[in-house]
Design a protein. Structure first.
Lengths: 104, 391
């Protein structure tokens, strides 16, 4: 729990620092964890079910910074669910052979 | 009277030749013909190309250097070179990233050819579900094709705080469920057509305009029936958000051989198997420096927002209708790819995706890859390929 709290503090400080540097730009109401799980779900789904690469390749391919997302691949229903810590979850589903995957 | 007949005959002949498609001995609709370069007579040239494009650096987890997954070269209508690496092969669809933008532009061209879009149409004519704001309705299809919507857009990727990236917010964050709405709700930063600003958001709008126009006439699979199937592309994927908007700035997938067919369509002035898929003059317009790019050139200070809150990057490579061009960005400047012929143009994507077209060489080069520390330069790819394919 102490490790988790420390990580959140680090992430928060990083976001804060970047926001100060970019204060003249438009900012969006996303946090890094939300974006990380969205990226992991969507890109894993397309890597596995559109590009049809194997699990090891896809795990390396979607690795992003911060590398905090864990994900589960449901190969039967072609759904990828990614999560990070307690509250952040994202789901991407393979639609069909023409439209690939969509992030919900 | 006889002079009048000659004039009319000449005008008819000129008009007919403009409509005509270039004759080819065969078209690769079913499969690409192969005429592979001789590995003995071209040994040195091939070694130089493969050393450059396929030599990996460091450990895989370090993601260093150029990491080529596929390289396909088409010369005179036949595959002359093809190589895959890192677990990839000819059957696997590869992510295009921003190569998708050039494909979205081409789909608009298909709709223009069919009389479904005029590039001077207001975006509001086609995106009736979204656009009623007068500011948005002042933007035309052409403005979006030229990255000239004037809407504020911060095209940032992994190398900056994610919170300032308009594109990451659109693809994975607050804008992901309806990505066209995300784009169109950005504020106006410049008059449409006055400022070039590379934008995945603009390309998403272009793809959605093409979809709305083509599906209204041809049904939900119009991208496939009206373009991809006609080229004989085997299994292209064009992803959508959950609102049904095609993600035309980023998420098209195809095999390298199929991406080469898009380049070959452009190389043949928008014709395929003697059928004109793109309007007369479309390819010329799409691969000429755009009005928006010319309006903004040579004055990088002009990339500042009027209220001084925002600075766009100053782009050194000219653009047409979402195709990058080997033209000097300003009078007296050098062309961006110095070892490539002047008529070279390209579709370029993140992590080194490339479709490079060189009409004067009757050449199409497709390169797929996973370059995480800087994409492979177009100039170098052309520089190493040309000696392989020239006599």
């Amino acid at each position: 729990m102490k490790t988790l709290r420390s990580m959140l503090v680090v992430v928060g400080l990083a976001v804060s620092a970047c926001a100060q540097d970019d204060s003249k730009l438009r900012t969006y109401d996303n946090n890094d964890l939300e974006l990380a799980v969205g990226n992991a779900a969507k890109m894993t789904c397309t890597c596995r079910f559109v590009m049809q690469m194997d699990d090891a390749y896809c795990r390396d391919w979607v690795r992003a910074s911060p590398n905090v997302a864990r994900f589960e691949v449901d190969t039967t229903n072609k759904v990828v669910t990614a999560s990070s810590f307690i509250s952040w979850t994202a789901r991407a589903k393979f639609v069909d052979d023409k439209r690939g995957c969509a992030l919900e | 009277m006889s002079r009048l007949v000659i004039v009319i005959t000449s005008l008819v002949a000129v008009s007919a030749s403009a409509q005509m498609c270039r004759a080819r001995a065969s078209w690769p609709t079913t499969a690409w013909p192969e005429a592979l370069v001789n590995r003995d007579t071209k040994a040195a040239e091939l070694k130089a190309l493969e050393d450059y494009a396929f030599t990996l650096e460091g450990q895989p987890e370090e993601r260093k250097g150029f990491r080529t997954n596929g390289l396909v070269v088409v010369k005179n209508g036949a595959i002359v070179y093809e190589k895959y690496a890192r677990g990839w092969d000819a059957s696997k669809r590869h992510l295009s990233w921003s190569v998708a933008k050039s494909i979205s532009s081409t789909l608009v061209g298909v709709a223009v050819q069919q009389g479904l879009i005029d590039v001077n149409d207001s975006v509001c004519k086609h995106l009736t579900d979204y656009a009623s704001d007068p500011v948005v309705c002042a933007i035309t299809v052409k403005h979006f094709l030229e990255f000239g919507s004037g809407l504020q857009w911060q095209e940032e990727y992994e190398d900056r705080s994610y919170q300032v990236s308009s594109v990451i917010a659109m693809l994975f964050g607050v804008g992901r469920r309806d990505q066209v709405r995300h784009v169109l709700t950005h504020r106006k930063l410049h008059e449409p057509g006055s400022m070039f600003a590379y934008s995945t958001g603009d390309a998403h709008v272009v793809g959605t305009i093409a979809k709305k126009a083509l599906t209204a006439k041809h049904g939900t699979d119009a991208f496939w029936t009206q373009l991809f199937d006609k080229l004989g592309m085997t299994a292209p994927v064009f992803e959508e958000d959950i609102s049904g908007n095609p993600l035309g700035g980023s998420f098209v997938y195809a095999t390298p051989r199929d991406f080469a067919k898009v380049g070959f369509l452009m190389l043949n002035d928008g014709c395929w198997a003697d059928q004109r898929l793109l309007p007369v003059g479309w390819v010329q317009k799409a691969t000429a420096v755009s009005d928006t790019f010319r309006a903004a050139r040579g004055d990088c200070s002009g990339t500042k927002a009027p209220d001084d809150t925002f600075q766009l990057p100053c782009e050194d490579t000219p653009n047409g209708y979402m195709w990058w061009l080997n033209r000097p960005p300003a009078a007296g400047a050098e062309k961006p790819w110095k070892d490539a012929p002047d008529d070279t143009y390209a579709a370029l994507g993140h992590w080194g995706q490339r479709i490079i077209v060189i009409p004067s060489e009757d050449l199409v080069i497709v390169r797929t890859g996973d370059d995480r520390q800087g994409s492979i330069p177009v100039n170098e790819v052309v520089k190493y390929v040309l000696p392989v394919v020239r006599p």
